[in-house]
Design a protein around this ligand. Structure first.
Ligand code: NAD
Length: 272
């Protein structure tokens, strides 16, 4: 039996690849011999990740892409096909929340602007579906591929305050299941779609909720999260890599349409 986790020679496309979690994933796949296309709205961030990979003798390219713009995704797809020949792995990592779409002391749920809610729905849901249409078509045509979506704990149980984000990530989990069935029934059983549901990782997009700017201490919410995470800490990006390698490789050949928590037992704990 060869290495069932082998990804060497595979072509991986990673949206949001310039971000905190997906830059780590990009580097981890490249370190194991995958050719990585780092796609991000933030071209500088994507380029920095690709440069870091190349500096370690890996293979990577950076592309400025807006996951909400089909033309920009199609241009990126053409560039990836030209440089690397195919697409084997798609990680839909671009996603996130913003304070304007979050209920708080200064923003009542009743006053949240629809544009802010729409922004979060667009980025997380449309921003997952559109790249799946563009890069998933390459997989459908060749009858093979693996897609990983980024869901969240907020999809399992809505989190207080993050009203739009919780609903949007529930949509990402639902789409993960739908797409897995659709590919398997209509195109090939060798195209799989699964999702990661990270627990609490301290990153740019949630820091404002978890760390008090003035004191640098955990906010009440941050402390609550740690108290409800039996492992007793926030996740760090490298915590996702083992599960990622399992899901993108043959090691998970019969795993399809699942959302895997990587959460230090947050979702298992009833609080008692
Ligand atoms: P991040 O903000 O560090 O990275 C997101 C990246 O997406 C950024 O580089 C950003 O430039 C890019 N991006 C934003 N809009 C884009 C667009 N329209 N087109 C292309 N790229 C765009 O976020 P992160 O914390 O690394 O999170 C990555 C994913 O994991 C997100 O989907 C997030 O919702 C999810 N997630 C994060 C956590 C956490 O604790 N950080 C927990 C659960 C799920």
């Amino acid at each position: 039996m060869g290495d069932i986790f082998d990804v060497s020679g595979k072509v991986a496309v990673i949206t949001g690849g310039g971000g905190v979690l997906c830059s780590e994933m990009s580097k981890a796949l490249a370190a194991r011999g995958a050719k990585v296309a780092v796609l991000d709205l933030n071209e500088k961030a994507a380029q920095a990740v690709a440069d870091a990979i190349v500096a370690e003798n890996g293979t990577a390219m950076a592309l400025a892409v807006n996951v909400l713009d089909r033309a920009s995704l199609e241009t990126a797809r053409d560039e990836v096909l030209k440089a690397f020949g195919t697409v084997d792995i798609l990680i839909n990592g671009a996603g996130g929340n913003k304070p304007e779409a979050t209920a708080s002391g200064s923003m009542s749920f009743f006053d949240i602007p629809p544009e802010a809610i729409q922004w979060v729905f667009n980025l997380n849901i449309i921003g997952t579906i559109l790249p799946t249409q563009v890069f998933g078509k390459v997989m459908a045509d060749k009858g093979e591929g693996v897609i990983i979506n980024m869901s969240s704990m907020a999809a399992f149980r809505p989190l207080t305050r993050t009203v739009a984000y919780s609903a949007a990530k529930a949509g990402v989990s639902n789409f993960t299941q739908w797409m897995a069935v659709h590919f398997a029934q209509n195109y090939s059983p060798n195209i799989r779609v699964n999702a990661l549901a990270p627990g609490f990782f301290l990153t740019n997009q949630n820091e404002y909720l978890l760390i008090d700017k003035a004191t640098g201490q955990r906010t009440e919410r941050g402390q609550k999260i740690i108290d409800h995470t039996p492992v007793g800490r926030y996740g760090v990006p490298s915590d996702l890599i083992g599960t990622l390698l399992w899901l993108v490789s043959d090691a998970s050949k019969f795993v399809n349409g699942v959302v895997v928590p990587v959460d230090g037992a947050f979702s298992a704990y009833s609080g008692v």
